[in-house]
Design a binder for this molecule. Structure first.
Ligand SMILES: NC(=O)c1ccc[n+]([C@@H]2O[C@H](COP(=O)([O-])OP(=O)(O)OC[C@H]3O[C@@H](n4cnc5c(N)ncnc54)[C@H](OP(=O)(O)O)[C@@H]3O)[C@@H](O)[C@H]2O)c1
Length: 331
């Protein structure tokens, strides 16, 4: 069986130059394994950081890129009783999902509800739980509390707006360009503002000076300081992304005199420490919401696996109106 896979053998600052769509011969699935036709896989900022060598864990090279995605089982090897050909499955995290086909251990595959949008399910494993956990694990938020986040038009930002609204938590959403404002308002963001030096003043006006308890930072650099300035005394800034490529800045005035705390969040750390019951409760709940269409991320563009270079270039460019997905063409 032939598979087209997005392979790379070195890391560097221009991911689209390093990644190549290559044809590889796949062995038939062995005992306990399944052959899967990949349907959709997103290109996340963490995939780009993995290609540039800036991510927290890096695979051995050469590697097939892609962390998450969904596929349909084509055949199963011996001793696979729980999954059948034709079944929609969530691919194991980090298994090299930018591929037309792959072989994986059946025990690592999770059956998904039929009838749901495979593109939305392909984005289930990383961003939705991150948004949910940023709301639940950092500060004990109650209905009526305010949260502020930057990169609010990102996929994580969109899930966070929706999940916060369900819990009665109000959101101040910061974006870096005017063109992103309307979509975040339409998605239910309570306040949407373009970042800038006078952000704290505009946030105070928009929230009538509410003491914001949590700031969710995906950007770093001076953007972190601006979020910290918007918090009430004792508030927490949680950094979970490095979109600016710069170290977080928070002035000692906030840390010392206002009791602001700067902390970090990584889904991988939460995942490693959480019980199987807790993980399966969170992922089960998010799967049901995505399958029912209650939680969704915008898709800006899809690319065949053969066009992975263009896909990576599109994902790396700013000002997108949604995620870039690889959707291999079959047949
Ligand atoms: N820590 C974790 O466990 C974890 C888990 C999941 C995701 N993340 C992080 O969450 C963040 C969002 O991920 P995503 O998949 O939701 O992103 P996404 O949908 O691909 O959106 C990227 C966002 O980053 C903004 N952006 C890009 N370059 C920027 C810059 N130089 N300065 C400020 N903003 C910039 C974009 O704004 P424009 O639209 O204006 O370009 C957009 O809002 C990423 O940093 C990702 O690594 C972390």
């Amino acid at each position: 069986m032939k598979s087209i896979q997005a392979r790379y053998s070195e890391r560097g600052p221009d991911p689209q130059k390093l990644i190549e769509a290559v044809e590889v011969e796949l062995a038939d699935p062995g005992p306990g394994e399944a052959l899967i036709e990949v349907l959709a896989s997103p290109i996340n900022p963490s995939d780009l950081l993995t290609l540039t060598g800036m991510y927290g864990v890096l695979p051995e090279l050469p590697a097939t890129a892609g962390n998450e995605g969904v596929g349909r089982i084509v055949t199963v090897g011996e001793n696979v009783e729980t999954l059948q050909p034709g079944q929609l499955v969530l691919l194991p995290l980090g298994c090299g999902t930018w591929a037309s086909h792959l072989v994986a251990a059946a025990a690592d595959l999770v059956a998904l509800p039929e009838g749901a949008d495979p593109q939305q399910l392909a984005m289930l494993a990383i961003n939705p739980p991150t948004a949910a956990l940023l709301l639940s694990e950092i500060v004990d938020l109650k209905a009526g509390d305010w949260v502020i986040q930057n990169a609010a038009n990102s996929a994580v930002g969109g899930y966070l707006v929706k999940l916060a609204a369900e819990q009665g938590i109000r959101t101040v959403n910061v974006v870096r360009r005017e063109g992103a404002v309307a979509a975040v308002q339409a998605a239910g963001g309570d306040v949407v503002l373009v970042d800038g030096d006078d952000l704290p003043k505009r946030v105070r006006q928009a929230t009538q000076g509410a003491g914001i308890r949590l700031a969710v930072d995906a950007v770093g650099g001076p953007a972190t300081e601006r979020l910290a300035s918007c918090l009430g005394n004792g508030g927490v800034v949680v950094n979970y992304g490095v979109m600016s490529g710069q170290p977080c800045q928070v002035s000692p005035t906030h840390l010392i005199f206002r009791g602001i705390t700067l902390t970090g969040f990584w889904l991988a750390t939460w995942y490693a420490g959480a019980s199987a019951e807790r993980r399966s409760a969170l992922y089960g709940d998010l799967t049901r919401r995505i399958a029912r269409g209650e939680l969704a991320a915008k898709v800006a563009e899809t690319f065949d696996i053969r066009d992975v270079k263009q896909a990576v270039a599109a994902a790396a460019s700013g000002g997108r109106d949604g995620k870039v997905l690889i959707t291999p063409r079959h047949g």
